[in-house]
Ligand binder design. Sequence first.
Ligand SMILES: Cc1ncc(COP(=O)(O)O)c(C=O)c1O
Length: 370
Amino acid sequence: MTTVTTSLTVHPVASRLSAADRAARLRKPAFGSVFTEHMVSARWTAERGWHEAELRPFAPIEMPPSMVGLHYGQVVFEGLKAFRGENGEVALFRPDEHAERFRNSARRLMMPPPPVELFLEAAAELVRQDQDWLPADPNMSLYLRPVLFASEADLGLRPAVEYRLLVIAFVTEGFFGSTLKPVTVWLSEEYTRVAAGGTGAAKCAGNYAGAYAAQAQAAAHGCDQVVWLDPVERKWVEELGGMNLFFVLGAGDRASLLTPPLTGTILPGITRASLLTLAGDLGIPVREERLSAAEWRDGCRGGEITEVFACGTGARVCPVGEVRSATDSWTVPGRGEVTARLAERLFGIQRGTRPDHHGWLHHIGERGAG
Ligand SMILES: Cc1ncc(COP(=O)(O)O)c(C=O)c1O
């Protein structure tokens, strides 16, 4: 079998929404609720490899009731962003890294990994076509959601032989708004996110559905997000529901960072990787080491831990202000200096106000006529 990468054909909408209509739809865009005018679709079959790759108007899709992805959860997705720089140019942030993670997620679920070129072309063309949706407001970004699912109609319990890739986009300010406002997190002692040897390092749909019960408990206790502990000892801090975690130890010139290592049960965040690099640029020492929930609590109470923040594409950088669990609660000291320095670096690169030394931005360019 050969896998053929078909280059994208472009079928834009016959008539685009006016600026006034777009602005009306974006008046209060809750995360993931108002989508742009186009989407990308591509198909894969064992015989033909990748084919029918096209950009077309955003619209509902048909699916057979016996579709494998629907029944057995062979579904992986990604989340990446495009930003409008101060000079008006739009760029995707580290799309190649997202492409690689998408491919790894696909492999873990026995799905055909979409070629990097197809992923990059799909993301770039969608942003190019819909870039008018992205306001100049520096807090807004265009969030792209590629999703790959088993589209075969057959309920035999085995990996499918037909798949579909879609890429859709929406405008967002981030989960928690635009300021570095601290969130309160819920330490889940009842549930775990994934099993050891499971799908924790893959961005597969089931990981998120499985987290809803803990997320509901978090909300019932006035918390914004769940903190997951490791699935074996139920002791070591892993990550949040949709973000990785960093701890700041010490302050001023003596500040250093600690983040849980990628044990296979944590999603290898691209924001996490970016902040590790930026911390290196700033001369802030970093350790990738385990920290227990008890050490987190004692470190906050004793003053060794001076800041804690979460990071991810959706929320970008988000300070943690308070931790609650069924048995305990504590506040995180709120100095926020290191968090703010790192956030400023990251946002500066994304917005084009700081030099992109690491080559993280992929500029999109203008769309042609049509
Ligand atoms: C479980 C989980 N952890 C961490 C992250 C952060 O990853 P990234 O920085 O690549 O968005 C995400 C978001 O994708 C996530 O869903």
